[in-house]
Design a protein around this ligand. Structure first.
Ligand code: GUN
Ligand code: FE
Length: 464
């Protein structure tokens, strides 16, 4: 690939090269990369690396390559509810909108139809790595994992564990039943065919205790034991999203000193745990999460939409906590990480406005609005860190997988919000910023995972 490339480096900086040559081998991994190669030197540079008679994919002006987006928290089963239910806060929303929809996935045909379009839509939104919650249903969740695997997306797929405080028609009968279905899902996913060149299988199981409210202590303890038997098994759950949820949680687990403590005492808070939301963590909980090296999925669209609050992401970054972005469909009303980027920016500005008289200290993120570099980082490498995949995806480097987007901000992408007089006049940094704030899936022309072209506008020009 030859052309403009955006590469995240830290929370403060990214690289923007207009003439970068990236060599992707047959394994889908990056074999070598030269950041600034003049047009006239492309063939020579290739030959110097032993690349003779190899095709170059040239990017047009107004196109650039960036790492694929990582959605660290979404509910595949809630996509049919997108854009409805914004009148509720969390607990009423679960009861009135979410559980009724999720219970429909007992129907395998409905699940197959729905998940097929969901995964297509996620990929075409530019999500190359996705952490999916499904439902309590084993068979439907197996189908989701199979579809994701067939489509070639990198993903973690989890079956929700829920055996209390759920409606009678949508609850697991016992901790043992919940665990045995979870084990069956893990075995099923582990035997799916995988790309042999990937460092880890593209699709992996993930333990998914929905949240403390929906799990009894015995179930959480059994899940902790299952986690202890496989240190590589990721865990995803919700934490401290909404004030009424926190109060209810503490009433259910009075022996625990905090909400995060419920997960910690059962062995579910560890370096590969993904905590969604984390809007209302106490100082002690922030310390605990940092100590355990767990990651936080920042879901700002959902946090606004369900009136949950504004997560203090800058404070978490200052504590060295890993943070990625999540769409939290359908608490969030968009399946696109671009929309999460926009709302993460606004959330950080809300906090900055509330603290005008306590401006951010130099080099600190608390009370500071997120920069384009920080937003890029959270959406890519930060998400990869939250998934413990930072050595294989999230940025471009030799040995990493080519999980990438070709972004097209030219007029021919057909997004009027990005229209430009001469189609591609902007510098690369401006193109990235405008893509973040005005772009959508029309501007994502190709989506690659492990070097394979799996979607994007140029592939699915008719959309769904
Ligand atoms: N807490 C427990 N379940 C859910 C869910 O489905 N969405 C959100 N946003 N929060 C939750
Ligand atoms: Fe969620």
């Amino acid at each position: 690939y030859y052309g403009s490339v955006i590469n995240p480096v830290t929370l403060m900086s990214f690289k923007a090269h207009t003439s970068c040559l990236i060599a992707v081998g047959p394994t889908g991994n990056i074999e070598w990369m030269v950041e600034d190669v003049p047009d006239s030197m492309v063939q020579e540079t290739m030959a110097a690396h032993g690349y003779i008679d190899v095709d170059v994919v040239p990017l047009r002006s107004g196109e650039f390559i960036m790492p694929g987006l990582c959605d660290t928290h979404t509910h595949a089963s809630q996509v049919p509810n997108l854009g409805s239910g914004q009148q509720y806060e969390l607990l009423a929303w679960l009861e009135n909108m979410t559980f009724p929809m999720e219970s429909k996935f007992a129907d395998i045909d409905f699940a197959r139809r729905t998940y097929t379009s969901v995964v297509r839509r996620m990929i075409d939104s530019g999500t190359t790595t996705c952490c999916y919650f499904a439902t309590i249903h084993l068979e439907a969740t197996k189908i989701l994992a199979e579809i994701v695997n067939q489509c070639g997306q990198r993903a973690f797929v989890g079956k929700c564990n829920m055996n209390q405080n759920s409606p009678e028609h949508y609850i697991e009968p016992s901790p043992e039943a919940s665990i045995s279905a979870t084990k069956a899902l893990i075995s099923h996913i582990k035997q799916l065919p995988s790309n042999p060149h990937a460092t880890e299988p593209l699709v992996q199981p993930i333990l998914t205790p929905r949240f403390a409210i929906s799990c009894t202590s015995p179930l959480l303890i059994l899940l902790g034991e299952l986690a202890a038997s496989d240190p590589n098994l990721r865990i995803q759950t919700h934490v401290s999203e909404n004030p009424a949820e926190v109060t209810f949680t503490m009433s259910l687990f009075p022996e625990c000193s905090s909400y995060a403590g419920v997960y910690d005492t059962t062995g579910l808070l560890r370096a590969n745990t993904i905590l969604a939301h984390a809007v209302h963590l106490t100082e002690d909980e922030i310390e605990l999460v940092a100590k355990r090296k767990a990651g936080i999925s920042h879901c700002p669209t959902s946090n606004f939409n369900l009136n949950s609050g504004v997560a203090p992401i800058g404070a978490y970054l200052d504590r060295g906590i890993k943070v990625g972005l999540g769409t939290d469909v359908s608490g969030g009303y968009s399946p696109s990480i671009l929309n999460a980027i926009q709302n993460a920016s606004i959330a950080s500005k809300v906090i900055a406005m509330q603290h005008r008289d306590e401006p951010a200290a130099p080099g600190k993120f608390s009370n500071r609005q997120l920069s384009v570099a920080s937003l890029l980082y959270l959406a890519t490498l930060g998400g990869a860190e939250v998934c413990n995949l930072e050595n294989s995806v999230g940025s471009f480097a030799v040995g990493k997988s080519f999980d990438a987007l070709v972004v097209n901000v030219r007029n021919d992408a057909g997004n009027p919000a990005m229209w430009a007089e001469d189609s591609a006049p902007r510098n690369l940094e401006t193109m990235l910023e405008q893509f973040f704030f005005c772009g959508d899936d029309r501007n994502i022309s190709r989506v690659y995972v492990q070097g394979q072209l799996i979607g994007g506008r140029s592939v699915n020009s008719t959309g769904l």
